[in-house]
Design a protein around this ligand. Structure first.
Ligand code: FES
Length: 319
């Protein structure tokens, strides 16, 4: 999969909260940037072989800059640390054109946006878009403590500030997120959006299901997943070259294919971005990603080869 690459510069860099850097990326000649939809992300090319996805968290109506908010993750595999260390004001940076796997539903009568920690980033763009459409929405922002939390000033000063509700772990119980109350009884056209740490998202999703929200009305964006690489070995046939490779226990399909000279384009290596999607011609995948929907997984005709495995002894891939 090849994509349009934009060469931008860091126009503004601000550190906020604990370990969050907010970057405004702009065209070096001041030209407008390609438009983006709320919920979109960009691939940031940090070094050869080091590409990471970050949500755009600015106002989609503003095409003079793309805003990113990046938390320095101590468990980072290089991405967030590289952003913090290398991207200073004036730095050049190559990014992919915006792509959206987390769009707002066009027909929503009410939207409940719930962001945990740095998972607030796509929600800020969504709040701008919903406010511009005069749509009914609420933005709930959960953090450990006020002092560690970024974007508070910006949200407090936004036109839609009255729709923003903050919840901090170390403050009074009365302000903590009461999910059953926030979700209420799902009326037709109500949609829930969640992004944050995996445990937080699982909690919101299970409460939304419990409240009676239809699966199609619960929208999620994972930015960090714990990969499960367990499972026995299996065989992969790359149909275009006719090469067959054995995928060992604990090895990824991508690595096994690389061993016989077949290179698959990858990016997140966590089953999040969709870059390594391949068609399945034969066999049953064991899906480990968070990119495909439940229906797409059930169809078993596609697989993300950076993380998923096989339930059958053999997979034939269109690669
Ligand atoms: S590389 Fe991102 S899903 Fe496989």
């Amino acid at each position: 999969m090849s994509e349009q690459v934009l060469k931008l510069v860091v126009r503004k860099r601000v550190e906020q909260g604990e370990g969050v850097v907010i970057l405004d990326l702009a065209d070096p000649a001041g030209q407008p940037l390609p438009a983006f939809e709320a919920g979109a992300h960009v691939d940031v090319h940090l070094a050869p072989g080091l590409v990471r996805q970050y949500s755009l968290c600015g106002d989609p109506a503003n095409t003079t800059a793309y805003r990113l908010g990046v938390l320095k993750d101590p468990a980072s595999r290089g991405g967030s640390v590289a952003v913090h260390e290398r991207l200073q004001e004036g730095s050049e940076v190559a990014i992919g054109a915006p792509r959206n796997h987390f769009p707002l539903a066009a027909d929503a009568s009410r939207s409940i946006l719930i962001g945990g920690g740095i998972g607030i980033t796509p929600m800020i763009a969504m709040a701008h878009a919903l406010a511009a459409q005069d749509s009914q929405f609420a933005l709930h922002y959960c953090g450990r403590s006020r002092g560690r939390t970024a974007f508070l000033d910006e949200l407090g000063e936004a036109d839609f500030a009255a729709c923003v509700h903050t919840h901090f772990d170390d403050e009074a119980d009365a302000q903590k997120l009461d999910l059953p109350a926030v979700l209420g009884r799902p009326e037709a056209g109500a949609h829930v959006y969640v992004c944050g740490p995996a445990g937080f998202m699982d909690w919101v999703i299970s409460e939304a299901r419990k409240a009676g929200y239809a699966e199609d009305n619960i929208h999620r964006e994972y930015f960090q997943v714990e990969l499960d690489a367990s499972g026995s070995g299996f065989e992969v046939v790359a149909s275009r070259s006719g090469k067959t490779v054995q995928v060992a226990e604990g090895q990824t399909i991508v690595d096994a294919l690389a061993g016989v000279g077949i290179k698959v384009e990858i990016s997140c290596e966590q089953g999040v971005c969709g870059t390594c999607l391949c068609d399945v011609l034969e066999g049953e995948p064991d899906h480990r990603d968070v990119y495909l929907t439940d229906d797409e997984k059930a169809a078993n005709d596609q697989i993300l080869v950076c993380c998923s495995r096989a339930k059958s002894k053999k997979l034939v891939l269109d690669i």
